[in-house]
Design a protein around this ligand. Structure first.
Ligand code: ADP
Ligand code: MG
Length: 689
């Protein structure tokens, strides 16, 4: 008998389950014994008291037990076959009917003891239609009796009976082969039941207590396996010996900080310090820097890069869009050149001789810091001694891209930055392989962004007036439109239409410009520069400005068709304003009335705190859809509710770390490894790219 959870080898083969049934199971993705074991009931019905037949109430989910006194296969007028039994306990008789299951006549026979679970119907006496049933063999008499109805998600040709029969047969056959995969010390610490008991209790509970303890076990198992999958890989990375050395010079950094024109917040200082300490100790940095929009992550990144440069290494600053890369480049090039640091930009639109020169200079180590986009990942980009990588707005990059850029360095020190606020519970899960720093403080003087949902034309017109006034005061404005369709053509039209409407109808004197994904790089660059310099009053744009763009003088954000955006996106867009000390505004224009729209826009009106918004976002959506989490394995979580189960996630992470440390970062329990890979390995192959 092979290991039942080696899904590659364990085909489902049980007596009584025919080839046809097995094919049906395969159709819904149950190919192996392991799959079947993990096909858990979707829900339970608690009928903890078994009823006497005379006490059955109509429409109630009921469990009864009795003896079969009549069993016959019949044919209805429409030629449909059905199997009918009469069952009695000492109080009455109930009829049970099963449609399209003629083979039952070989299973249920006169004088059999049987448990029926189902809804009671009253029609010429009481009956159950297609009830679940369990035949009681004399030797099983005791333990099979229970009052909890299981409900499986059925689809295709799968009937409840088939699932129940298959699961029960499976439990009977393999019960003693179920291997424990959670280390004993962990189970003891948290009081989990054994895996074997958990399987029995989840499929065949005798009480709701059973269900609870089984779910508790499987929730932990699920998150434990995910964390193990993520963290065990990290283990290999940090086990290597010291591969780089930092002397700790800080002259240039100090000079730079004294010239930036503001004082770093304590939160910024704390994060910088955390990373310095790691660098000084020679540990490979692998860190997520989280901070709400506008919390000042860029400057933190620049300071870290500068520190590495000053100590003899090159640095990379990678951003997801050219606009953003350019912005970062502009914000650092002059200041850094002034202190003798060479900064260059490398994006997809840098080509030909210029590109060749940049590539050569990077390779020779003449360039200290390279800012760029995905173009940095290309094969042709080679470094002399890359020592630190910063990835901005990391959710835009896949895991593989992250890895590829790391492979170019002598020391793969990495900080990824995210303004997509993720609740801590999620961060711990998705980024189980990263350490997390949080910049939980905004620079001083920021005001709440006043946010209003405009529901009528009338309100829209009032807003236009208001905007005119603000432009007179010298302020700037964004108008953002959603992508109407996938096609870029549509994107163009919608932004274009809005642009024309604004330009000709409302803002004849003001200077309007349009920005969209279809423009060439130099066109976009020209517009962004002009906007930054204040030469444009109103920038109409698609979501290309969604992340990272920083123009403190722009204080009004208008989001057209707000219902088309998710919460995370709305928050990002709003984050384009409120970046200076002036009063800022966000107007969400939406005439839509859907419940979900209302909920979302209300959240936006109620708070500007990104972490609160993220929590709400989680509640409003299914976790799998959350920004940037698609590839994380988190969308496969079935037992754990990441919005509520923070405790269990923490416990799992700690347990995994302890387990790995005690086992020299080797997963010695092969059953554990099997199950981990079965669940998460396939997914990883699809990641990134
Ligand atoms: P984000 O975290 O969203 O990437 P940025 O790094 O773009 O935010 O910073 C937003 C703005 O805040 C920038 O104009 C930046 O210069 C400014 N800023 C950053 N840190 C501070 C600070 N400590 N005090 C004042 N302004 C700051
Ligand atoms: Mg940023």
């Amino acid at each position: 008998m092979g290991d039942i959870f080696d899904i590659k080898t364990s085909e489902i083969k049980i007596k009584g389950l025919g080839e046809k049934s097995i094919q049906k199971l395969k159709k819904i993705g149950i190919n192996t014994v392991g799959d079947l074991f993990y096909f858990f009931p979707r829900d339970y019905e608690d009928a903890s008291i078994m009823r006497k037949i005379s006490e059955c109430r109509e429409e109630e989910f009921t469990v009864i037990r009795g003896r079969v006194i009549k069993a016959e296969l019949l044919r209805a007028k429409n030629r449909l076959s059905y199997f009918k039994c009469l069952i009695t306990d000492e109080t009455g008789i109930i009829e049970a009917i099963w449609f399209k299951m003629p083979y039952l006549k070989n299973t249920i026979k006169i004088d059999d003891e049987i448990i029926l679970k189902g809804k009671i119907k009253r029609e010429y006496g009481i009956k159950m239609v297609n009830p679940g049933f369990i035949k009681i063999k004399p030797e099983e008499n005791e333990n099979i009796e229970n009052g909890i109805g299981v409900i499986y998600s059925l689809s295709g040709e799968i009937t409840k009976k088939l699932i129940v029969a298959a699961v029960f047969a499976m439990l009977n056959k393999y019960e003693n082969d179920i291997k424990e995969i959670i280390p004993q010390f962990i189970k003891e610490k948290y009081g989990f039941i054994s895996r074997k008991d958990a399987f029995k209790k989840i499929h065949n509970p005798k009480s709701m207590e059973d269900v609870k303890s089984a779910k508790k076990y499987f929730a932990f198992e699920e998150i434990f396996l995910l964390e193990l999958f993520i963290i065990s890989k990290r283990g290999k990375n940090i086990q290597e010996e010291k591969i780089y050395e930092v002397e700790g010079k800080k002259e240039l950094v100090k000079k730079f900080i004294s010239e930036i024109g503001f004082v770093l917040t304590n939160a910024q200082k704390k994060v910088i310090k955390e990373i310095y300490n790691e660098l000084n100790s020679g540990k490979i940095v692998n860190r997520l820097i989280q901070g709400d929009v506008g919390s000042g992550k860029t400057i933190v990144a620049i300071i870290i890069l500068l520190y590495m440069v000053e100590n003899g290494y090159q640095g990379v600053f990678m951003a997801p869009t050219e606009i953003l890369a350019e912005q970062h480049y502009i914000s650092m090039v002059d200041v850094l050149n002034a202190i003798g640091i060479k900064v260059e930009i490398l994006t997809g639109s840098i080509k030909g001789i210029k590109k060749e020169r940049v590539l050569a200079e990077i390779e020779q180590g003449l360039i200290d810091i390279v800012v760029g986009t995905h173009a940095l990942i290309e094969e042709s980009v080679k470094f002399k001694n890359l020592g630190f990588i910063v990835i901005d707005e990391q959710h835009r990059f896949g895991v593989k891209q992250r890895q590829r850029i790391r492979d170019k360095g002598v020391a793969a020190n990495l900080a990824v930055m995210s303004a997509t606020p993720i609740p801590r519970s999620l961060a711990l899960t998705i980024y189980g392989d990263l350490d997390v720093s949080i910049i939980d403080e905004l620079p001083p003087g920021r005001k709440e962004i006043k946010t209003k949902w405009l529901k009528t034309e009338n309100e829209f017109m009032k807003m236009i007036k208001f905007i005119k006034k603000k432009i007179c005061e010298g302020k700037q404005v964004y108008f953002v439109t959603p992508l109407i369709e996938e096609s870029e053509k549509m994107e163009l039209t919608s932004a274009q239409e809005l642009y024309e409407k604004l330009e000709y109808n409302y803002f004849k004197e003001e200077k309007c410009a349009i920005l969209h994904g279809r423009m060439s790089w130099s066109e976009k660059e020209e517009i962004m520069r002009a906007f930054k310099k204040g030469k444009i009053d109103i920038l109409v744009s698609t979501t290309v400005i969604e992340v990272g763009v920083n123009v403190p003088n722009a204080v009004i954000m208008v989001i057209m068709n707000s219902e088309r955006f998710g919460l995370a996106q709305l928050h990002q867009l709003r984050g384009r304003v409120g970046r200076g000390s002036d009063e800022s505004y966000c107007f969400m224009v939406s005439y839509a009335k859907g419940d979900e729209t209302i909920a979302r826009l209300k959240v936006m009106e109620a708070t500007t705190d990104g972490f609160k918004i993220a929590e709400e976002d989680l509640k409003l959506r299914k976790s799998g859809e959350i920004f940037g989490t698609k590839q994380s394995g988190i969308s496969d979580l079935k037992m754990v509710d990441i919005t509520r189960d923070l405790k269990i996630i923490k416990a799992a992470k700690e347990s995994v770390e302890k387990y790995l440390e005690e086992n020299d970062w080797d997963i010695k329990n092969k059953d554990l490894e099997y199950e981990m890979l079965r669940r998460y390995q396939k997914k990883e192959d699809k990641l990134g790219g």
